[in-house]
Design a protein around this ligand. Structure first.
Ligand code: SAM
Length: 315
């Protein structure tokens, strides 16, 4: 079987839950233009656009987020990560769907935020901008090598409100509870097939199930670390209900209250039922449909699942 056929065969497990499935498959093979986020701590989006245009890059504004541009043509540099402006921290190369979980968590200046799986820092650095470099973000990850990339991105963007920790997220200890937590969990990454089709073509059910167990442990610990009344955003760049609704269902069974996810682009609700390729029938709790599924063919992006959960106030 060719890689293309293996990719289609793998994604076909979602045929019953993805609307306009043929178009969904068609988009897996369309190239995805890179997108960049202005570092608003250092300059305005308009200033960045003029600098990069004078270098021969062709950009178009993203209608639903003023900080972002699509790179329609990188010009002579060939890669938007290879300019002096990038080195100076004026922008960050970030896929559009990656910008959504921080928008849902919506941290404000002065807040305290825990980012449980933060490296290489796309969302940590975006949240630092949203917080105008004030308050504190505890940016944690388990992977030492990836934490190097996180550190270098935080330094490059001249961010000063981030504290880095290296822990297994299942065992983070903290003397304070957090009012806002982002759990952008390790996942099977099916939503990045437009950039890495080989990765998705090779995925197995065993891997997906293993990740689902890890995600459930991570969300349990995140709930423990959340203060009563606090908000948790759970996100994965994948489509597997085992890694999406099943994990949210687990959080709901532990008392978390789902809230509506509102986004300025097209999405589908979380699914309430699904039958996997072995005939196992999943039925998820009411409330999982408040989460959102972003498919590549809806907005010409990658893929993402995002849920917003509130911890009940202590009684
Ligand atoms: N949030 C990051 C960003 O926006 O740049 C991307 C995070 S990536 C989807 C998932 C991350 O989870 C990886 O960096 C990986 O090293 C980390 N990870 C995997 N297992 C973990 C664990 N047990 N505890 C904490 N982090 C873990």
């Amino acid at each position: 079987m060719s890689a293309r056929e293996r990719l289609i065969s793998h994604l076909s497990r979602y045929r019953s839950i993805i609307p306009d499935f043929d178009s969904f498959i068609d988009y897996q093979f369309r190239p995805l233009s890179p997108t960049i986020r202005t570092n608003t701590l250092l300059l305005e989006p308009g200033e960045l656009a003029s600098m990069l245009s004078s270098r021969g890059m062709r950009l178009s504004a993203v209608p639903w987020h003023p900080w972002f541009f699509r790179v329609d043509d990188p010009g002579q540099v060939g890669n938007p990560g290879r300019t002096l402006e990038h080195l100076l921290g004026y922008y960050y190369v970030q896929e559009l769907t990656s910008a959504l979980p921080p928008m849902v968590l919506s941290p404000r200046p002065g807040d305290l935020v825990l980012d449980v799986a933060a490296a290489p820092g796309s969302k940590t650095t975006q949240m630092a901008q949203m917080m105008r470099n004030s308050g504190t973000i505890v940016a944690n990850d388990v992977d030492y090598r990836r934490m190097g990339a996180l550190r270098s991105n935080v330094d490059r963007l001249r961010i000063t409100n981030v504290v880095m920790t290296r822990n297994d997220g299942r065992r983070i200890q903290s003397s304070v509870a957090f009012p806002r937590i982002l759990l952008d969990a390790p996942c099977s990454s099916e939503g990045i097939a437009r950039r890495s089709p080989e990765h998705v073509a090779k995925l197995t059910l065993t891997q997906i199930r293993g990740l689902s167990r890890l995600q459930m442990s991570l969300i349990r610990r995140s709930i423990d670390l959340l203060e009563p009344g606090g908000l948790l955003v759970y996100s994965v760049c994948t489509f597997a209900p085992e890694e999406a609704e099943l994990v949210v269902d687990h959080a709901i069974s532990l008392g978390m209250e789902p809230e509506e996810v509102r986004l300025p682009l097209r999405s589908e609700p979380g699914v309430r039922e699904w039958v996997d390729e072995r005939g196992r029938h999943y039925r998820f709790s009411p409330g999982v449909e408040m989460a959102v599924r972003i498919y590549p063919h809806l907005n010409d992006t990658g893929g993402m699942f995002i849920a917003l959960l509130r911890k009940p106030e202590a009684r």
